[in-house]
Write a protein of this length. Sequence first.
Length: 668
Amino acid sequence: MRFIMLALCCAAACHCHAQGDITRSPDSVRHVREVVVVARPGAGETVPAQRLRGKQLERLRSHSVADALRYFSGVQIKDYGGVGGIKTVNIRSMGSGHVGVFYDGVELGNAQNGQVDLGQLSLDNVEEVSLYNGQRSALLQSASDFAAVGAVYIRTRKPVFARGKNHNARFKGRYGSSGELFGFSGLYEQRLGSAVSASLSAGGLTATGKYKFRYRRRNTDGSVAYDTTAVRQNGDMWAFRAEANLYGGINGGSWSLKAYTYNSERGIPGAIVNNVWRRGERQWDHNTFFQGQVRKTFGGRLTSRLTAKYAYYNTHYVNNDTTTMLIDNSYRQQELYVSSANMYEITRWWSVSLSYDFKWNKLASDIDNFVYPHRYSNYLSLATAVSAGRLKAQGSLLAAFVKDHTTRKSDQPSARTLTPAVFVSWQPFASDALVLRSFVKKSFRMPTFNELYYTDIGNASLKPETAIQYDLGLVFDRSWPESFVKSLHLQADAYYNTVRDKVVAYPKGQQFRWTMLNLGRVHIVGVDASVGAAFAPAPGLTVTALLQYTYQDARDVTDPAKSYYNDQIPYIPWHSGSCVLGVSYRAFDFNYSFIYAGERYSQQENIPANHVQPWYTSDLSLSCRLPLGKVSFRLSLEVNNVFSQDYDVILNYPMPKRNYAVSLEAAI
């Protein structure tokens, strides 16, 4: 009890301080702004990780977190097209609900449907995007960090001031031809004292969402059913975000405060089916949250972190399409989150941690017969890590206790789960260039409020989905500072995943009436591989290259009596990959990126009618830095979808053809 009370009185994470555990990588404590290789985990890291940071993010000219994640192996992005289209992430075919998204160390939640729209998260103020399979290597983390099968960590920029400067400012404007997009963003940073600094970031965009696309579909006999060119309609959008941060240091620790708001209105263009080109759906989002962290080290051995957050999400959805059901509903979510994470270093080679999280979620709506659910979640994690020479290991056990309450007379029974995980890495040679690693982890996902309580659809008796992951991989990382080849990075992982009690929707026999059941089982076999290198062929000239490949065989093994038994699950390609080539010479940066997704199926049955053709796209960008007095300008030109490919990420949601963009950034 004394240990717990001491933890509740202390402190939290600062981005420029070390994690303080023996399993961390050197990269996690030295935030180098300019790197030349993506997906570069440290030799001491036991968890497979991929990263984009600093200059590499700038070269890719990505504009949202979803855009950046496309270049990670093992990731599928569901993109419903256009600037306002929803974008969600799926890691290794486990489902979007199993992915945790963390913004400056605190999870972004959505208890209503379990989906975090990554298209709402701008990269204008982001310093690093990381993706972990399993969980992070750090011991000092919240209990929620141990829950997901994979996690996306987004780290925003923290003020860094040159000697003699007390403030920084940066402004950016952008125009894109696809959907006539106009965007702007600004960042101001101020030193308030020797240990206190603040930053204010804001940005907005507006777009008509109109772009040309080719709609072509074939019948099962190969004849052409449709072949026409049209303009995407009802895809207009405006959005505004603002974020304020306050950072400070204390004796042996640090603290931070954040306030964030996002406000948008968008048209939902919908699917192109049966020659219907325009939909009447619109959505308004207003999301706001406040969060704070305090971290402090006691006596050199005990480090504690306290985190708190309050979030309020308001969504208004309208469907004025008279050919379907008219809808005008509002949804209001609230979340309260408190976390205490504590790590104790027993010896130089052995550490333990104990973390506790409490979450309260509530959903209100003006839907008829709504049950107004609210959820109490308690997470308790115990973890340990050892480092014995070339061998490093980490183990964790997470206990979750979840209870829902509604306006019904009988509430759903409490959910209790235990999920263990073990991670091991080994250096077979004295040099740390080659590292072998493996992990086994069990995870769970609580059913969302929509799955449990949505009127005429929900099933309050659903059990949590459970997933088990097995991973075996290696990483080779070597640098030659004085050589033509500056660095070489090789990474490969083979994995086998299973998902049980998967929540699926089944028709009840009446039109528009469906029920949710725990019937799904999925077996997944896959391989992720990446090769990255940096070259210096001449003074001032740097060339970087990255090649990533993913193979996934994800089979539905729910019911042998079904026609789709042992078929590939929808929208999971067997083969996918990306290639990035960057060239920097003095003030100029050139970047070429290529993304490929192989054949897949849009429905459960792998039949010709559901077959979706492969797609690929190429993007080019050229930027130039133009210093002018105390102001540094950066002019960028982009050509996206260079070969004007016609493709759908999601069937009947066409993506833009060739389009152009120009942006101008000024830093003071």
